[in-house]
Design a protein around this ligand. Structure first.
Ligand code: SAH
Length: 282
């Protein structure tokens, strides 16, 4: 091929993709990418968010799998998954695996939860714009990033101080790059068993580590009619429960529980810390 023809060809193939948005166009609740067509989604995201088409394509493919398992329920849940750059939250050496369907090691002996589990847990708490949401177990930071596309009021606690500060650094770097939505996430290092009394009460609580009971302080910090999702069961064999808090006329609290995976056992990183059974009750 003559050099001139080659150059024209190269320019034409570049033109097939619009210029990358740099920095990303800020997220707003009325900003919607195409939700059904892979090519249109990738093109829209490149133009509006300046992300890499390779990861965008993989994100869309994983999204289709989540849809086939009914892990994303509303358009808002679907959009949140499609907006969240999972490749930014895994270890650098795992970037190519960011969209696999299973757990990945993120250091400090803990893992990032699989995308389908996170998708369904997020859908199950039915986050409305303006809801106050507390997450226990920040880990990689992906779960709260996902939630930031559903509500701008988020608090998250991580018990491993080095991991909490590493993930704070991830958010700060992404905020500086233009992901302003992550500035709605308030982080701290600490034991999430006791919740976050200064920020309570919460509309929704999402616990991303497994424990054999529902921590009473978390139930206390949930608003009446508030919803919590929590992996409950023996180590490595939890059921993910949706817990709805009901307060009766006499101020007594009852809970309605259901298993969001219909009885399937889902292994989780354990909820650690110094709590004893009955801690923080009453
Ligand atoms: N939501 C995470 C999942 C990480 S795995 C993500 O998006 O990647 C669960 C996390 O819970 C781990 O990082 C673990 O250190 C943390 N954890 C365990 N016990 C905790 C506790 N008592 N308080 C806060 N975080 C805890």
């Amino acid at each position: 091929m003559r050099r001139r023809d080659f150059l024209i060809g190269a320019a034409a193939s570049l033109a097939a993709f619009p210029a990358r948005a740099e920095p990303p166009k800020p997220f707003r609740p009325d900003l919607w990418p195409p939700l059904t067509d892979r090519a249109k989604f990738v093109e829209w995201m490149v133009a509006n968010r300046g992300e890499d088409p390779t990861y965008l394509g993989r994100r869309f493919d994983r999204y289709k799998v989540l849809l086939s398992f009914n892990d994303l329920w509303t358009s808002a849940d679907k959009r949140a998954f499609l907006f969240t750059p999972r490749e930014e939250f895994v270890l650098p050496e795992d970037k190519e695996n960011a969209y696999v369907g299973h757990y990945l090691d993120i250091g400090f002996g803990v893992t990032i939860t699989p995308p389908g589990t996170m998708g369904r847990m997020t859908s199950a708490i039915a986050v409305r714009h303006g809801d106050k949401v507390l997450e226990i177990g920040t880990g990689s930071g992906y779960q709260s990033a996902l939630l930031s596309y559903l509500t701008p009021r988020l608090w998250t606690i991580e018990i491993i101080p080095q991991l909490a500060s590493r993930t704070r650094g991830v958010y700060d770097r992404l905020i500086a790059k233009g992901y302003e939505e992550f500035s709605t996430i308030t982080t701290k290092a600490g034991d999430g068993y006791y919740g976050w009394p200064d920020a309570a009460p919460f509309d929704k609580i999402i616990v991303t580590c497994g424990i054999d009971h529902i921590p009473p302080p978390l139930l206390q910090q949930l608003k009446p009619d508030g919803v919590m999702v929590i992996p409950v069961g023996p180590p490595g064999a939890q059921h993910i429960l949706k817990v709805v808090k009901k307060t009766g006329a006499g101020d007594e609290t009852t809970v309605a529980r259901s298993d969001i995976f219909g009885g399937k056992v889902i292994p989780f990183v354990p909820l650690t810390g110094g709590h004893q059974p009955g801690d923080g009750a009453g």
